[in-house]
Design a protein around this ligand. Sequence first.
Ligand code: NDP
Length: 247
Amino acid sequence: METQSKIALITGASSGIGAGTAKVLAANGFKVGIAARRIDKLNELKNEITLSGGEALPIQMDVTDPDSVKRGVEKLVAAYGSIDVLVNNAGLMPLSDIESLKVDEWNQMIDVNIKGVLNSTAAVLPYLKEQNSGHIINMSSIAGRKVFKGLSIYCATKFAIAAFSDGLRMELAPKFKIRVTNIQPGAVATELYDHISDPKYRDDMEQLAKQMTFLTGEDIGNSILYAVSQPAHVNVSEVFVLPTEQG
Ligand code: NDP
């Protein structure tokens, strides 16, 4: 498999899909910047990757803070010399009915799921433009393709990511040879559901997990590896990947 780009920054790498993606990319020759707020988890992941023969750089980063993101990107470039792939993965999904008016949770989702992606993209884009190549992977969701009750605000953030991915690709791919891939996973077994404060929706997710074998973070990492491993003239613009039993 051809892998053209070798330095990747993965946000939300302290657990779930981000950690799984870091392991997959590192096992396939990427140097990975692993970014999130929980530095202890990032250090554990770095040790695991190092023991497997890979290379990883823990970067403490809050994607809602543009300065924190910029510093993190500079740290990666200082350590590895450049950046080729950005995986915009950090995200939250505290589900609830709109009428519960959990406005703080709505704002958190907008801050991390949308503004976090914009902050990271803005910090990385100058490097990709300069080298006239690169790949931005955005983590949308099945919830960025259709709306589910209780997921309204989450769906709105993931639809926004789908729209932003299309716009990014249209503007950047022809001009700067920067590829853009929108990933749309179904259910993945991660910590995402632990942050649901509404007991009804938490229970719904626990029931769903009993009905099917969820995907793993590594399954999504493999989809990302597929996209970044294509020859330069191939842009895998969308990947919709589901547990087989999710239908
Ligand atoms: P996890 O909860 O396991 O991972 C979320 C990651 O986001 C953590 O590493 C967390 O790290 C990070 N994060 C949260 N807030 C911030 C912040 N302010 N700054 C930096 N990092 C932050 O969930 P998943 O792995 O499931 O989620 C990853 C992405 O995948 C999300 O965008 C999610 O919407 C999407 N997705 C998940 C699906 C699923 O079924 N699990 C399905 C479809 C899409 P820390 O707390 O250390 O900062």
